[in-house]
Design a protein. Structure first.
Length: 224
């Protein structure tokens, strides 16, 4: 059973998501929060598998709530999906950097929302849609004048040439199987390389690997 927490300041939105999710035999909504502070409190109490997190909420916004939840050592397996009304919302990129596993537009079709919850609950990231890469490109481009974070830059220098290749492909949104095909590797070897990237770059999931690939300049916005 995938346990989901809803965080949105609009009661009607929460009600709609709850009705859809609770109708599934393998998904249960374990709580609703009307602001970021309440979302953090409920996440710590309920320990959900997935949090559907609105960005703009009173008291504490979704960005800060995401940062607190992903930084909590008691919640290592809780994944956050950011909900937004706009394709290019400046706060969403910040949420991805803070540890969110992806983002969805609020007008998403019901089957796609259900599929997204299940994918994220399995530890994957929502990276395939072009919108995610577009958003990352747009906001990394805005920050290009600033130097990469020292920790990321230093860690990148410690990667082997093959690991850099794999990181670039993860940044382009490729799955482990697609990386294996691209580099003519076995699926197990590709998976091992990705696992090493998680460890060396201290990344929570593939979404953070994508952000690192752009922030370090390994991938250039618009170069896909």
């Amino acid at each position: 059973m995938t346990r989901v927490l809803l965080a949105d300041d609009q009661g009607l939105v929460r009600a709609g998501f709850r009705a859809l999710l609770d109708a599934q035999p393998d998904i249960a909504v374990v709580g609703e929060a009307a602001d970021g502070a309440e979302a953090v409190e409920l996440a710590r109490r309920e320990r959900p598998d997935v949090v559907l997190m609105d960005v703009r909420m009173p008291c504490m916004d979704g960005l800060e709530a995401t940062r607190r939840i992903t930084a909590d050592p008691a919640l290592p397996d809780t994944r956050i999906v950011v909900l937004t009304t706009f394709e290019l919302d400046e706060y969403v990129f910040g949420a991805l950097r803070a540890g969110a596993s992806g983002f969805l537009l609020k007008d998403i079709d019901p089957p796609d929302l259900l599929a997204a919850v299940r994918v994220v609950a399995q530890g994957e990231a929502l990276l395939a849609p072009r919108l995610t890469r577009r958003l990352i490109e747009a906001f990394v481009a805005q920050e290009r004048a600033a130097p990469p974070a020292v920790s990321n830059r230093d860690a990148l220098e410690e990667l082997t040439p093959r690991e850099r290749e794999v990181l670039a492909l993860v940044g382009r949104g490729l799955s482990n199987a697609e990386i294996a095909d691209e580099l003519v590797l076995s699926p197990l070897t590709a998976k091992t390389h990705v696992a090493r990237l998680f460890s060396k770059l201290a990344a929570r999931d593939r979404a953070q690997l994508v952000v690192i690939a752009y922030e370090t300049g390994l991938l250039v916005p618009g170069g896909l």
